[in-house]
Design a protein around this ligand. Structure first.
Ligand code: SF4
Ligand code: SF4
Ligand code: SF4
Length: 274
């Protein structure tokens, strides 16, 4: 989709927190009319629709991803259609229908359930402030290949989680400092460091607004199927416990600290197919 410079200038006037969504809606609007060039008139038409008919525009959930798939060199995992699977799962849950029943008054975008995916722990898509944040991660492990002591792994690690002189067998990792960014794996020229495990970290219950809450990490490392199970369980819990438009973060707060153990035991024991 090509954007005329005047259209680019027009979309930049939208507040930063809705700009990405507005941009997507403008492109959908242009594609619906079988065109491939976005004009400033398209931006204005969608803006008017947003302001006058927001209730109709609210679909009940938002799914975002970082720019990893567009060639970011820090990407630690290829998410393999995970965004599309999440969208399909949330569509089935009819969150718009749920919000229509529970919210007093017209729906606004801030009522929507938000999920975001970051392809590495740099977390550019802000998983800390979303209902569910998913972070791609990779754990390094030492192989039998001798270390050349080049020092590249220690140099690249921004967490100072790699020590080279602690063992004759090669680097030693401090797992309390390591954020599983996988950078040391990529720079090791000998193959002494390999990827031991790759998957996702999960953050639960973040939000901004009047009473912000940073999401809590569900300790552990999860595969794609487990991520979808946890998401499905959390959405159902939210629908069962949110009153009058309460955000998931507020539902999590009400449930107390035991909520996170509950998520693990309940969500991951499910055996039904997704
Ligand atoms: S989160 Fe990581 S992979 Fe995604 S855009 Fe940011 S740096 Fe790149
Ligand atoms: S995975 Fe990242 S944080 Fe962990 S040791 Fe390697 S470079 Fe450091
Ligand atoms: S990058 Fe590989 S070869 Fe170089 S010091 Fe680290 S483990 Fe050894």
């Amino acid at each position: 989709m090509k954007w005329l410079p005047q259209a680019e200038a027009e979309i930049k006037k939208a507040p930063f927190f809705v700009r990405k969504k507005a941009r997507r809606r403008v492109e959908e609007h242009v594609a619906d009319e079988d065109r491939k060039v976005v004009t400033p008139e398209d931006v204005q038409a969608v803006k008017k629709r947003f302001l006058t008919r927001m209730d109709e525009e609210v679909k009940g959930f938002q799914v975002e991803a970082c720019f990893g798939s567009q060639g970011c060199p820090n990407r630690v995992i290829e998410n393999d259609g995970l965004v599309q699977s999440i969208e399909a799962l949330l569509s089935v849950e009819d969150l718009r229908g749920f919000l229509k029943q529970t919210v007093n008054g017209p729906l606004k975008f801030h009522h929507e359930f938000r999920v975001t995916l970051a392809d590495c722990p740099n977390a550019c898509s802000q998983p800390q402030i979303k209902d569910i944040g998913i972070i791609g991660a990779a754990t390094p492990e030492i192989t039998d290949v001798p270390c050349s002591e080049c020092g590249a792994c220690a140099d690249v690690c921004r967490e100072e989680a790699v020590t080279l002189d602690a063992s004759p067998d090669g680097p030693v990792f401090d797992w309390n400092l390591c954020v599983r960014c996988g950078q040391c794996i990529g720079v090791c020229p000998t193959g002494t460091i390999a990827c031991g495990n790759s998957g996702y970290r999960l953050l639960i219950g973040g939000k901004l607004g009047r009473h912000p809450r940073l999401a809590t990490e569900l300790q552990g490392f999860y595969d794609r199927d487990q991520v979808l199970r946890v998401l499905k369980w959390c959405v159902r819990y939210y629908k069962g416990h949110s009153i009058g438009g309460e955000r998931f973060a507020e539902v999590v707060e009400k449930a107390g600290p035991s909520f996170f153990n509950h998520v693990k035991t309940e969500a991951l024991k499910e055996e039904d197919s997704l």
